[in-house]
Design a protein around this ligand. Structure first.
Ligand SMILES: Cc1cc2nc3c(=O)[nH]c(=O)nc-3n(C[C@H](O)[C@H](O)[C@H](O)COP(=O)(O)OP(=O)(O)OC[C@H]3O[C@@H](n4cnc5c(N)ncnc54)[C@H](O)[C@@H]3O)c2cc1C
Length: 388
């Protein structure tokens, strides 16, 4: 087994870190405070050529894999940009893979190069208020009309929908009761975010304010036939293909936030003098930080293995799910411990650890809650009965 970091990966990490250094913690704290989308970060990141890293070369991308995308997301998060920065670039980096794998040539040519250039903002519209994690219960429908489809329904928690030009929406095209499998009969659409037919109502939330989250009310939204992604009725399958890759990227984001939190905690523990000595001299302060280092290192190994398996085209469900679980837990614990080490200052925005804590907390819930990750491992790896 060879754990040597390749020269390409080293250079990629350094290039991303050097770019992100232009956007320090204060930049992200300000965006968070103002609830302002980091458009300038998105554009300069695209100009530097990073945004399309995982998109195919023929559409202006870098043609690299999840391994490289994970290095990128981890480095962005670890710079202090946290989830705000990662959410800003997540869709172009990885969210368009259903189009790459299942989209028509026309869809690819019209949208992928623009995504790689940072000139296309897209939201991913899956979650619904009543269906919850049970996607088979989606109530948003698409009805066939001349030349396309009319979508009606509601979506919940849709990130970035205020400024998105397009929505990757899944909707029911055949009633659940008429399908052989509950997850059949759903179709994926790359719809225009037409404000005359889509109302985005922002949800007030506890963190990651730079990227808006919305309730969508969709009323007779027309989508042309050419903007259907993949086969009609097989939308769930189109989404499934990319799920393990997305789990890996989310794990990498958690890892990066955990590293940023740990770095700040160590700096503070070395600087802060109480009882005439640095607080980091106390084992009660240093042991939890050492534990976080070990936990992050262990979680990182599973994440790297999952990325490698995914890029080899090998089954990666076990490792990708474990990586998401372990990195989000280790990242959250590191952020929580970083707040504790800062004492009262952990609660002040000045030290940024509170922002990391809010952001990494979210990733224990989304894009899939950790309970459902455990259900996957219990059923598909351990062979226990399906629990839902
Ligand atoms: C800030 C934010 C941004 C988001 N961005 C997007 C986005 O851009 N696009 C999008 O489509 N969605 C988005 N989401 C939605 C997110 O993916 C969902 O919130 C998440 O998948 C959980 O679904 P839910 O909220 O419906 O929870 P529910 O399904 O209602 O579950 C609630 C709780 O019950 C648990 N639970 C449910 N069933 C079981 C079971 N069988 N066994 C054990 N536990 C169970 C869950 O684990 C969870 O803890 C976002 C959410 C947030 C908070």
């Amino acid at each position: 087994m060879d754990f040597t970091v390749t020269q390409d990966h080293k250079e990629l990490r350094e290039a991303i870190a050097s770019h992100c250094a232009k956007y320090p913690d204060e930049y992200w704290a300000e965006k968070d405070r103002l609830h302002e989308f980091p458009q300038d970060f998105l554009e300069t990141f695209a100009d530097a050529g990073f945004l399309g890293l995982a998109l195919p070369e023929e559409y202006g991308g870098g043609g690299l894999g999840v391994t490289e995308a994970a290095i990128m997301m981890e480095t962005i998060a670890a710079s202090g940009g946290g989830l705000s920065a990662c959410s800003t670039v997540h869709m172009p980096v990885f969210g368009l893979l259903p189009i790459v794998h299942h989209g028509s040539e026309s869809l690819k040519q019209r949208f992928l190069p623009r995504a790689a250039e940072g000139r296309l903002r897209v939201s991913f519209a899956v979650t619904e208020p009543t269906a919850g994690t049970d996607m088979s219960r989606l109530s948003t429908t698409a009805r066939k009309v001349d030349g396309g489809w009319l979508i009606n329904g509601q979506k919940m928690w849709i990130s970035g929908a205020q400024g998105a030009e397009r929505l990757l929406i899944i909707a029911r095209t055949t009633p659940r009761e008429d399908c052989t499998k509950p997850t059949d009969g759903m179709t994926l659409f790359f719809a225009e975010n037409d404000k005359d037919h889509v109302t985005a109502q922002e949800i007030s939330k506890i963190g990651r304010h730079a990227v808006d989250s919305n309730m969508l009310f969709i009323d007779d939204l027309f989508v042309a036939d050419e903007d259907v992604v993949g086969e009609v009725g097989r939308g769930f399958r189109c989404l499934l293909d990319g799920l393990n890759g997305e789990r890996v990227l989310v794990a990498a984001e958690c890892l990066g936030i955990g590293r940023a939190a740990l770095r700040r905690a160590v700096d503070y523990a070395n600087e802060r003098i109480v009882f005439d000595r640095p607080i980091g001299m106390n084992q009660g302060v240093q042991f939890p930080l050492a534990q976080s280092l070990a936990d992050l290192d262990a979680a990182e190994l599973v994440m790297r293995k999952a990325a490698w398996l995914f890029d080899q085209g090998l089954p990666a469900g076990r490792e990708a799910n474990s990586a998401k679980l372990l990195c989000s837990t280790a990242g959250f614990n590191a952020a929580d411990r970083a707040i504790q080490v800062h004492g009262g200052m952990g609660y002040a925005t000045e030290y940024h650890v509170g922002r990391y804590w809010h952001e990494v907390r979210l990733l224990r819930i989304t894009p899939i809650a950790n309970e459902l990750v455990l259900s996957y491992l219990a059923e598909h790896v351990l062979g226990l009965p399906r629990s839902y």
